[in-house]
Design a protein around this ligand. Structure first.
Ligand SMILES: [Zn+2]
Ligand SMILES: [Zn+2]
Length: 244
């Protein structure tokens, strides 16, 4: 086992699960779902069935089309996407705790929600989970790739393989949210590379990310994965914005 794996296993062992609320840190009953107290759980907008048929973003009650405006305009390279919760302020705080405050145990509970979503959507034949890769130096600086942590827990629960070394990010890029819409696509051109194309041929792929916004990142990854002719590319993200 590599050192990283040891550290991971150790952290899994020592982190308290379901003792404190993820958001407000109040102590909770061990039975509280997703390690959230009742009042914090009410702040979470879980995404139901009224979603874009392509990307999985929630649609407004009075919106008529089956696809969101983004998906009507632009085609995606993945088969279909799903997200668990709306990316509102409390969920932004949660993702922030994971990414910038090194509270890795948050990923475990985010993954719980993603696992429930996958089960509900009957996604059950995945050959490879692929975490959206981070540029190596950036991953070193942060100490972990949050998409990989999520993938690891999903893989463990569903008994699916996680492949983090085949699709890699070869350039450091400006964060997408600091760019205009037009700049975003160019920013990710030729950034993700598959090293062994045969590995994903005829396979069912599940691409994992923490937040789905415009879909540019998952699209750039999917475009590259498609070069190896997979059977399907599902995308699961923890959170997504509502644009309708
Ligand atoms: Zn709470
Ligand atoms: Zn959509």
């Amino acid at each position: 086992m590599k050192l990283d794996a040891y550290i991971d296993a150790f952290l899994d062992f020592v982190y308290p699960r379901n003792i404190y609320c993820l958001l407000c840190n109040e102590s909770i009953q061990k039975t509280e779902k997703y390690s959230l107290c009742k009042s914090c759980r009410e702040k979470v907008n879980f995404i139901g069935d009224n979603t874009c048929e392509k990307c999985g973003k929630p649609l407004g009650d009075f919106y008529i089309s089956k696809a969101c405006p983004d998906c009507i305009k632009a085609k995606h390279y993945f088969t279909k996407g799903f997200s668990c919760v709306e990316y509102n302020d409390p969920m932004k705080e949660l993702v922030h705790k994971l990414k910038y405050k090194n509270q890795r145990y948050v990923a475990y509970h985010m993954a719980e929600m993603m696992i429930d979503k996958l089960k509900k959507q009957k996604i059950d034949a995945v050959d490879y989970i692929i975490p959206v890769p981070m540029y190596k130096k950036k991953e070193k600086r942060r100490g972990f790739n949050q998409a990989y942590l999520l993938s690891k827990y999903i893989g463990k629960a569903m008994d699916w393989k996680v492949e983090k070394n085949n699709l890699i990010k070869i350039k450091d890029t400006t964060p997408q949210n600091q760019l205009t819409k037009d700049e975003r696509k160019d920013n990710l051109k030729n950034v993700f590379i598959i090293q062994v194309k045969e590995q994903f041929q005829d396979q069912n792929i599940l691409l994992v990310d923490d937040v789905y916004t415009t879909g540019n990142t998952t699209d750039a990854c999917s475009k590259e994965i498609k070069k190896s002719s997979p059977k399907s590319i599902w995308v699961i993200s923890f959170a997504t914005g509502k644009n309708i």
